[in-house]
Design a protein. Structure first.
Length: 250
């Protein structure tokens, strides 16, 4: 039996700081606020609570958080853009505490949003949680992707193929890749002690992606809305643990 208890405890500390950062931002993300301000608040909160923001300067990324707005799929760079009523925003936070990483993201609605946008957010969140609930030793990675893809496509949305979840622990990104689509009973088998993210990116239109000239920002090619939720999880002898689960109701 692998002794992963100490690793899981450290990852829980990092994950808790990441989720608490998103909780803190809940009351700050509103009409009239810039994505730069959100980034500043997140950076300061993480710093003041004993952590470091992993994206800052990672492979040249210039900010502490990713803020992905409306048709931005992921890796949106905070800037001068002011939030307007009807916008939907993903904020992705990764913290480092005592050498371990916690990675999570969440959707926010700015004022009154469209029914389609709300449905997209709901389906994206449910797809993540459904895929987490089946986790256990012996499960195949393809089962995770299949759970997400089946649920999402049955509701008329599409799963982005160009990005995936990833192993995480004492490194930001490591094997294995966690695809959000796939076939049952295919791929690597889950074993106790494994730690990784699941982070489905779901589009209201087609799943095709375009990378903007900044080299980071990924948008839906057809400019359809995109949503994402993410948790960092670990595989236990008898199931799973979520390290980035919020202690507050979403």
């Amino acid at each position: 039996m692998i002794d992963y208890k100490e690793k899981f405890e450290k990852m829980k500390i990092a994950g808790n700081l990441a989720s608490e950062t998103l909780n803190m931002l809940t009351n700050e993300i509103k009409e009239g606020v810039s994505t730069d301000k959100i980034d500043q608040l997140g950076y300061e909160y993480i710093r003041d609570h004993g952590g470091y923001s992993a994206p800052l300067f990672y492979r040249g990324f210039p900010k502490s958080l990713c803020t992905s707005l409306n048709h931005v799929i992921c890796h949106g760079i905070p800037g001068k853009r002011i939030l307007d009523e009807g916008d939907i925003l993903n904020v992705d936070v990764t913290t480092i505490v005592d050498g371990y990483y916690g990675d999570t993201s969440r959707m926010y609605s700015i004022g009154k949003i469209s029914v389609k946008a709300q449905n997209l957010i709901n389906v994206t969140y449910e797809s993540l949680m459904k895929s987490i609930k089946i986790l256990k030793p012996g499960l195949k990675l393809g089962d995770i992707g299949n759970e997400i893809q089946t649920y999402v496509e049955a509701r008329g949305f599409s799963v982005v193929r160009d990005f995936c979840g990833h192993g995480i622990g004492e490194k930001f990104h490591e094997p294995p890749n966690i695809l959000h689509y796939g076939k049952k009973n295919t791929g690597m088998e889950l074993t106790p002690g494994m730690t990784f993210t699941i982070e489905p990116m779901i589009n209201s239109g087609k799943y095709d992606v375009k990378i903007l000239d900044d080299g980071w920002t990924a948008v839906s090619k057809d400019k359809s809305l995109s949503a994402q939720f993410e948790h960092t999880v670990g595989i236990k002898d008898n199931g799973y643990e979520i390290f980035t689960e919020s202690v507050k109701v979403m």
